[in-house]
Design a protein around this ligand. Sequence first.
Ligand SMILES: CCCC(=O)SCCNC(=O)CCNC(=O)[C@H](O)C(C)(C)COP(=O)(O)OP(=O)(O)OC[C@H]1O[C@@H](n2cnc3c(N)ncnc32)[C@H](O)[C@@H]1OP(=O)(O)O
Length: 548
Amino acid sequence: MERRGEAGGRVCMSQTVFPAHADHRGELSAGQLLKWMDATACLAAEKHAGVSCVTASMDDIQFEDAARVGQIITIKAKVNRAFKTSMEVGIKVTVQDVLTNVEKIVSVAYATYVAKPVGAGKIELEPIKLLSAQDHLEHTLAIERRRIRLGYEQVFENLMLESNKEDTFEDEDAVSTEFTHVQSIELVQPPHANHHGNTFGGQIMAWMETVASISASRLCHSYPILKSVNMFKFWGPSVVGDRLVFNAIVNNTFQNSVEVGVRVEAYNCEEWIKDQARHINSAFLIFNAVNDKGQLLTFPKIKPTTKDGMRRYRGAVVRRRIQLARKCMLSAKEDKPSDPWERSNQAYMSYSNVATLTHLAAKLGWEITSTLDDVKIWTHEEGDVLSLKVEMQVKIPSRLAFSLLSDFTLCQQWDKHVLSCEVLQAVNEDEKIYYVTSLPVTGDKPRDFVILVSQRQPCKPSEPYVVAVKSVTLTSVPPSPEYCRSEILCAGFEIHSESNSNCKVCYFNQVTSGLMPYLVANLTGSSKAIEDTALECIKFLEREGSKS
Ligand SMILES: CCCC(=O)SCCNC(=O)CCNC(=O)[C@H](O)C(C)(C)COP(=O)(O)OP(=O)(O)OC[C@H]1O[C@@H](n2cnc3c(N)ncnc32)[C@H](O)[C@@H]1OP(=O)(O)O
């Protein structure tokens, strides 16, 4: 059976947030929002398919801003691409303040719906009609997102195998995960289901959010706020009359967030008596919590007490890596030209070079993402800014490491991505401008950089040596057609003395489009380029150090 494609597959829902939709803070509850999002997206899918559709999954959902009572929520859903029997629907949620007219984005999400005509076989969907450049772009990107969506399990399994090592839980204050287990039950009634009697996906998501939030509250002693959801998948249907049992438990905590896993099992009357559950849905929800001043709370460490708990604990770390990789892709902005290096602003530029690196290094909330014997990789998230730290243990004195790392003409000896490096201006003993060329990241054009390297010795033994790096613009070295001009926002080294013969070298980099593919590949386990470069750097420092 074939359906004709109709222009559109677009639907818009507008709602005023009333107290009945809100939580105790007077903000629109995440559960209510998920219900509206699912209903709008399903109606868009059905408009295209011309038959009933069911929710197969909702990709990672991030909630950027809250909506308050009295504000207007607008949900726009559009079918981006029809595959065979399934469609990707893009959902954009905005909130508008009635008094000021200011509009903000609450969430952008992607869901997959499958056409399911009642009492008939599968139907093959018509392609959608592309009316604008934006439609073309979304259509192209939809196939990429489908690849990520359908390949997610494989990436996850590979990373789980890689992380298959015993964790130790020495922290005495760590809270047992069992303490956060919450169970709840719901009877599916007609208002919870569509006209065919199938439970609304959004209703199931809303119930899941409620139990997950109770589970998270056991740890933070505050009201958790849903920040993101790691893929809702609807494995099988449930209908009016089914009993749905929800089990939620905290899987892991990170600096300012907690991951709660929820499993949903359905039973009809007969299955209920025989205790035969149907696993219909699982999802992982990430919450923050704030104090009364709106500052993010730090979650306590947790310790799993069972084999399953340990698997969930490691699974949360892996999901966090995949989620960071996604964030990395989204946060890497177009490279913008850096500030011009002019006589009038040289002192300011050198100061800001060192100050920006020092601030980045001092930030709280770095999270470890991978560990080798001598190399540790950390990431830091703040708003949409993602940064990387690579920590290396080196068996040479810190002073020597500083002198080797601050001479950028030597970096070709340990970083195989660097093609050439020359000094353009030795401004003074502590400031130099270099011209660097490096291997292409995408396409086949090599990249080039004009960078200011500022080096600083410590005033006290407890302070680190600093080598700060940022891009500058020199009128004498304009971008050329042979190279892709690339920018470094904030990067460099801090070198800490550990003893007379050992030091710890920390490399920092705020993610830009040039670094993004390496970090994404590292986070998703498909490459070890960052670790390999760090190991080469250690080898180079120790080899050169042994000559002195
Ligand atoms: C607002 C009203 C709407 C609702 O709320 S409906 C209620 C909530 N949802 C449900 O109850 C659905 C429960 N799940 C199901 O019934 C089935 O698992 C589902 C989704 C129909 C798929 O089953 P089948 O058709 O047997 O599976 P299949 O392997 O042949 O796949 C058919 C197409 O679906 C796609 N698919 C399946 N699982 C997916 C997932 N997790 N994420 C994204 N896409 C998924 C699959 O790739 C295939 O696509 P295509 O045919 O190549 O276009």
